[in-house]
Design a protein around this ligand. Structure first.
Ligand code: LLP
Length: 428
């Protein structure tokens, strides 16, 4: 679901023609719809409302300060995985008691900053990290709250191996078999109060079933810990809720909730969720402009000004993003946003960027209407892990980011300049 639409052959984000944004800020540009973002946030908050769950938006997904401010104002907490993300949450006015902090490699500096900030929950991923956190908290004479990140050894067979986390032999969390021992060893620590469990099984998880399995395994452990006088009070079930890349195929917040609520509703546990993609993915598109069209052997290449440096997902995960021109040919009906959509007079092309790598592609063998130099091409479902995974490779300044609210739009990150590329080098 999103608030992008074609009106009289022109693509609009909410009530703004995207071509107007291109004229104002240039391309490539990330364009976000505030209404779409808030719709998805509220859908999750409402679906999990009966559990009074805290929704901690996963900052890695889309970390622009202006977006974080919107979500903080709507009531979101945040999931952070680095000192930089914590700094963003603070700058966005986030409520520190609703910050959860995961990550296998938190440094002393990062832990110390988070202790000083007074964050709500440290999601600890190893025995050594727990001991280090307790030591640092003692040194600062503070008390912190801790959840153990468990690896429940479940996974979704459809999730890319690079983004599967809840299976044994990934680097994340502590094997569920060691969970009981972990609580016995550390459950009575004075400075690091261990009374929570954190799960994050992968991203995206396309059905509620893996969550159900992971939660059931965890509830059994919680029961056995209670019997030993080691009560668990908070359960963070992580992120991974899917989003629409292929039009309507993804489960909604309500679908996940329908399977998960019955398991948790009478447990008395405080529940936390860490969604990212389901909130941000469909809220953003990457607008690019065709530079050249050329033939190479049997293949036709549409070369745009966006590249793998702006959106690395197709190159890294083989992910598919629906893309379509921002202006339709006269008489063309509204395209269905599906990868198998056949446009009138369509032809198969590879959409590529200008980076010096063969892996620099945004789509392969994609049916598009004939594209010409100067045309605008919108790459949909790019709000999550789009800009945040972008780079300056080939010394390409990063794209501008724009937020649309109703019939207005504003720049929320200016396009980087050549000076930005070199600033940190010239300062030294
Ligand atoms: N919580 C933790 C501990 C995570 O590691 C992640 C994502 C999330 C929450 C949010 O997951 P989401 O709800 O967005 O699925 N770059 C990849 C995805 C990597 C996910 C990393 N962790 C992609 O572009 O698909």
């Amino acid at each position: 679901m999103d608030y992008y639409s074609y009106r009289n052959g022109k693509l609009f984000c909410e009530d703004v023609p995207v071509a107007d944004i291109a004229s104002a800020v240039g391309t490539p540009a990330y364009i976000y719809s505030a209404a779409t973002l808030l719709h998805h946030y509220r859908a999750l908050a409402e679906a999990f409302g009966p559990l009074r769950a805290t929704i901690c938006f996963s900052i890695k997904t889309l970390s622009n300060l202006h977006i974080l401010r919107l979500l903080a104002q709507a009531g979101a907490g945040f999931d952070v995985v680095s000192g930089g993300e914590l700094a963003r949450a603070q700058a966005a006015g986030g409520d520190m008691r609703r910050i959860v902090y995961a990550g296998v490699g938190k440094t002393d500096r990062e832990l110390t900053e988070a202790i000083h900030a007074g964050i709500g929950l440290f999601n600890v991923e190893s025995e050594e990290e727990f001991e280090n956190l307790s030591r640092l908290a003692a040194k600062l004479n503070k008390k912190v709250r801790v959840a153990l990140r468990l690896n429940p050894d479940v996974y979704d067979p459809k999730t890319h191996t690079y983004t599967t986390t809840g299976k044994k032999e990934t680097k994340f969390g502590v094997d569920i078999e060691r969970g009981e021992r972990f609580f016995e060893t550390y459950g009575r620590d004075k400075h690091a109060a261990l009374d929570g469990i954190h799960l994050h099984i992968g991203s995206p998880i396309y059905s509620p079933e893996p969550y159900v399995q992971a939660i059931n395994k965890t509830l059994a452990l919680i029961g056995s810990l209670a019997g030993k006088g080691l009560p668990v009070r908070v359960l963070d079930i992580g992120g991974g809720y899917a989003a629409d890349y292929e039009a309507g195929a993804s489960p909604t917040a309500a679908t996940y909730a329908a399977a998960i609520l019955p398991l948790l509703k009478d447990t008395g546990l405080e529940i936390i969720l860490e969604p990212g993609r389901q909130i941000a993915c469909n809220a953003g598109l990457l607008l690019s402009q065709v530079q050249y069209v050329k033939q190479g052997g049997d293949r036709k290449f549409v070369i745009v000004d966006a590249a793998m440096t702006d959106l690395i997902r197709p190159a890294l995960y083989g992910s598919q993003h629906f893309m379509y021109p921002a202006a339709l040919a006269p008489g063309e009906g509204v395209p269905q946003r599906r990868l198998d959509y056949v446009p009138p007079a369509g032809e198969k092309v590879d959409v590529v960027g200008g980076v010096c790598e063969t892996s620099d592609f945004l789509a392969k063998d994609r049916l598009l209407p004939p594209m010409h130099r100067g045309d605008l091409l919108a790459i949909f479902s790019a709000g999550a892990y789009g800009f945040t995974m972008s780079s300056q490779y080939n010394s390409r300044p990063r794209a501008a980011e724009v937020l649309v609210e109703g019939n207005t739009f504003r720049l929320i990150r200016r396009r980087e300049t050549y000076q930005d590329l070199m600033a940190a080098e010239e300062e030294v």
